[in-house]
Ligand binder design. Sequence first.
Ligand code: 13P
Ligand code: SF4
Length: 303
Amino acid sequence: WAIYAPYVRAINQLKAERNAVVLAHNYMTPEIFHGISDVVGDSLQLAIEATKVDADVIVQCGVHFMAETSKILSPEKTVLMPDMAAGCSLAESITAEGVAEIRAKYPGAPVVSYVNTTAEVKAASDICCTSANAVQIVDAMPGDTVIMTPDQFLAQNVAAQSKKKVVWWEGSCIVHELYTAEDLRAYREADPDVKIIAHPECTPAVVAEADFTGSTSGIIKWVHDNKPAKAMLVTECSMASNISDELPEVEFAKPCNMCPYMKKITLEKVLYALHTMTGQVEVDAAVAKDARRAVQRMIDLSQ
Ligand code: 13P
Ligand code: SF4
């Protein structure tokens, strides 16, 4: 921690000077998560918080689509992205033209797009969802068939729980698609007491092996509530690092996978962005208006 202390001090001082808040996703490194964040959470919690924060500046410690969502919901605020190259394989897998293409295949079916998408894709969709509310949102849609974009595995996991017929785009998360059911079975055989906790961006075969599946905050809550002696978090590596100090009684089993996009966000880059006020996220006004409708509709249905 000593090595981070000067950055943490400088950032917290600049936050006060600029009237800024740091919204940090659960995948941020511990020095960001514990050192400089004002709000931490999953995608849904961060989107809701973006509508509530009383500050002039939001520093988004997460990936680009999260900063865009904050800007869409709070257009009057300055939203800073410490590294514009912090993308997401899901957001990159589909464009607004892709939404039109899949819509044409299933005429009349509503399009539910994961928040892990660009503002243009959100604007072309009927509503958004996150991993925390996907089943609830899909079930609330009219008609028998619902189109989900862009995560094929989230869609398949939702299909298993929903009363709707779900069809999907073929995107995937490069972090979660790496986990296999065979690997998890091998871990459980080697250690029958391990609790396996997965994110719904994993394949249905992986989810079938899990003791619990949920959003990143859902996973944290489950571990806090259940305090298993040994837990394997089938998601991004920082999740275990961020909660292990609060839960000394839980042993976190490795391995885990890192998100190369999330890991682009560092204390140095946050300090630079706040110092220079660079990395300001802008969304075209017409796109933002339509995207806000899709995100707000999701928030309204989730509360
Ligand atoms: P959550 O909404 O569950 O935090 O997931 C976001 C994400 O990018 C997971 O890979
Ligand atoms: Fe995107 Fe996967 Fe990284 Fe989440 S973990 S930001 S879904 S690439």
